[in-house]
Unconditional design. Structure first.
Length: 133
């Protein structure tokens, strides 16, 4: 697992992810620093048939995606942990870093879901054009 404060993550889930051989990246409110005591934990990983099968073996259930992110192909949930499987984890890492940098320097209302979505889409478009490299 990359970049994760391990406090309050269900320990059995964290151990299984760490020992999986797959790379899981922290995302969501814990990555961006706007979590609260009731926040769930969000991670993402490269979508492969093996990754999905691994998560199912751990007891994760595939849920219908509530993420509007074009990179997310499937979402799995277990307890307070959501794992997004994505088309390209390298791209998502870079877009997430750009979002993190820009979120404090925008006039968009990022305290709303729509504002967050607009900034995320903007960052994705910047990455696609190559301007972020």
């Amino acid at each position: 697992i990359v970049s994760c404060d391990k406090t309050n993550v269900p320990i059995c889930v964290l151990t299984d992810l760490n020992n999986s051989g797959f790379t899981f990246y922290l995302t969501g409110s814990h990555y961006f620093g706007n979590y609260h005591s009731g926040s769930d934990w969000d991670f993402f990983a490269q979508d492969t048939p093996e990754t999905g099968s691994f998560l199912v073996r751990l007891g994760f259930t595939e849920i219908s995606s509530c993420y509007l992110d074009v990179m997310t192909t499937r979402v799995y949930r277990k307890e307070s942990v959501d794992i997004q499987l994505v088309v390209c984890s390298k791209t998502k890492v870079q877009v997430q870093k750009l979002y993190y940098l820009l979120r404090g320097n925008t006039t968009l209302p990022i305290h709303t879901k729509q504002g967050q979505r607009s900034l995320w889409d903007f960052c994705y478009k910047i990455y696609q054009t190559g301007l972020a490299n």
